[in-house]
Design a protein around this ligand. Structure first.
Ligand SMILES: [Zn+2]
Length: 379
């Protein structure tokens, strides 16, 4: 259940109650591709880092270890030892981007596993069955994410098929949830808006999927090659056609700047690989912009990554030591960097929620962006 607590302009501050607990929005979901955050971060660490929802990739879990096995072991929550909400993607994005040769038909997609090349078929029913076996809190609809540069005709055809797939996802989920022995009989389905950079196609699609009365809606197919300005414009045009009294999830976005802009436009769920991926390369977020910890200037710097940061890394370790570990390719260096960046993102969302609670989000956004840009070293 989604309870809207406050709004400021289009920005939403809400509470979302699931069978795995209540979360506060706007929020950032931490991406654990194969049931773990890359960088040796455990589920226990994630609680210290303020993570409210973990995101796991259906495709990866399906091809390695396998959803049937995870189901037999009691589902993904038990497998990963995580009792808070989990969102699983549909596998569609990986199928369309990772898998080399593929064939799309009305029934679904045939492709080859990136691990051993064996042929796999996935359609809406298969995606729902895999996510049901995993028992995630929120399952995502199986959709096609057309290239941002696709021709209008192709995008229209693809979006129409994605709508038909959504209807099939919904029917299949109702069936799976009613089965005796379902890992999570309260599993929720979120629909996904598509339409590349064509506002009219996206608006029409948003209208149709809203009629299906799902518990939440995502905006997919952005941050895949279009400019930031184009992305903000699409959000401006499409979000008014999605229900305000349900979660609005912007998939795969983005930088702290993107998040602030999207919150202002009414988005309240985010996920992105930037914080963990950048951390693994020594790129660390601070309120004064991004720093590169491998830079020689930190060789004798005994200050934490960011003064005043309450993350497990900054509470204990210095820039000099972390730089040393990263230069020596020690696993601990990567782990400390990932923990700082995930904390930074989760904490930024906490600051955004506080600002919304106090009715001063617009001012918070202006100041935060100014600080990041003025001092941004972009090392
Ligand atoms: Zn820190």
């Amino acid at each position: 259940m989604y309870q809207l607590l406050r709004t400021e302009g289009r920005a939403k501050r809400a509470e979302f109650t699931t069978v795995h607990g209540t979360v506060q929005t706007p929020l950032f979901m931490n991406v654990g591709t194969v049931g773990a955050i890359k960088g040796a971060v455990s589920t226990e660490d994630l609680k210290d880092l303020g993570c409210q929802i973990q995101l796991s990739n259906t495709y990866h879990l399906h091809v390695r270890t396998g959803d049937e096995t995870i189901r037999e072991l009691g589902g993904l929550h038990k497998f990963m030892v995580w009792d808070r909400p989990i969102l699983t993607d549909s596998g569609g994005f990986q199928v369309f981007s990772l898998a080399g040769l593929r064939k799309i038909r009305e029934e679904g997609v045939t492709f080859h596993s990136h691990i051993d090349g064996h042929k796999i078929f996935m359609g809406p029913e298969e995606s729902m069955q895999i996510q049901s076996n995993l028992g995630s809190t929120i399952a995502m609809a199986f959709d096609e994410c057309p290239d941002a540069l696709s021709e209008r005709d192709y995008v229209q055809k693809s979006v129409d098929r994605t709508y038909r797939w959504l209807v099939r996802c919904k029917e299949e989920m109702v069936r799976l949830n009613s089965l005796e022995g379902a890992v999570n009989p309260h599993q929720m389905l979120f629909g996904i808006n598509q339409g590349a950079i064509f506002p009219d196609i996206r608006i029409e699609h948003a209208r149709r999927i809203t009629e299906l009365d799902l518990p939440g809606y995502a905006i997919g197919g952005l941050a895949v090659g279009e400019s930031h300005e184009q992305m903000y414009q699409i959000l401006d045009e499409v979000i008014p056609y999605l229900p305000q009294d349900k979660p609005t999830y912007l998939m795969g976005v983005g930088t702290p700047q993107n998040i602030l802009e999207a919150v202002e436009r009414g988005v309240d769920f985010f996920d992105c690989v930037y914080p963990s991926r950048n951390a693994r390369h020594g790129q660390l977020y601070t309120h004064q912009g991004k720093i590169n910890i491998k830079n020689a200037r930190y060789e004798r710097d005994m200050a934490p990554i960011e003064e005043g940061c309450r993350c497990p890394t900054c509470r204990t370790y210095s820039r000099a030591y972390i730089r040393h570990l990263m230069k020596a390719n020690e696993m601990l260096g990567m782990r400390l960097c990932v923990m700082h960046n995930l904390f930074f993102y989760n904490h930024l969302m906490e600051e955004i929620r506080d600002a919304l609670d106090q009715g001063c989000f617009a001012e918070f956004k202006r100041q935060t962006l100014a600080k990041m840009e003025e001092n941004g070293r972009h090392e």
